[in-house]
Design a protein around this ligand. Sequence first.
Ligand code: FES
Length: 243
Amino acid sequence: MSGSDKITTDLGMPGTATVPAGVPPLTEQTRREAREIITRYPQPRSALLPMLHLVQSVQGYVSPDGISLCAEELGLTKAEVGAVATFYTQYRRRPAGEYHVGVCTNTLCAVLGGDEIFRQLKDHLGVGHNETTEDGTISLEHLECNAACDYAPVVMVNWEFYDDQTPASARDLVDKLRSGQPVAPTRGPDRQCTFKEMSRVLAGFPDDLATQGVQAGPATLAGLQLAQQRGETAPAYPDEEKS
Ligand code: FES
């Protein structure tokens, strides 16, 4: 094995990795779609991030086979692809649940109840950070700021917002997801997509749900509306010649 092949994480070692039971294989269609993604960029390697999402849309995580496919198509080493896949937290090293639940435990959410929500979900689901329930429906992660502090404490499911949560509402949310009851984010589309569906959107294959629902809610717009009432505007950018 060459030095460039030494990937020593859960992404596995080429030729020795085993795909977990129930994980579908990558197919020729996956490879065709990977090549379609590559054509969208002036430099092929710029396609790596959406290609990794494409792998997740099929297998639910970035598998060793997914690393190999990306490396082959982009002319990169497996180590280079693995370095990217292990840097960004959106890429899973083990199969994500059908619904990936992220609880913000950054400062504002934490003091308003995020820490307690995360603690109670761990107990309720019987899993810890970055673990998946045995039935494969829910994976749990504590997240740093979701950029939704005005609705703290915030929980995300596959990157969709659930605002102003409490321990009880978060438990109810995961119970509904596990039992297959319909659930809709507080803002965004009128149904909760699965992790694989969301990964496909992030790979650049839209589901046409992006424009559904409220995008910026009243709390987000409050400062803007106050400024408009007062006639305040943002300072102009300095003139380029003077800067
Ligand atoms: S601190 Fe939780 S969304 Fe910003």
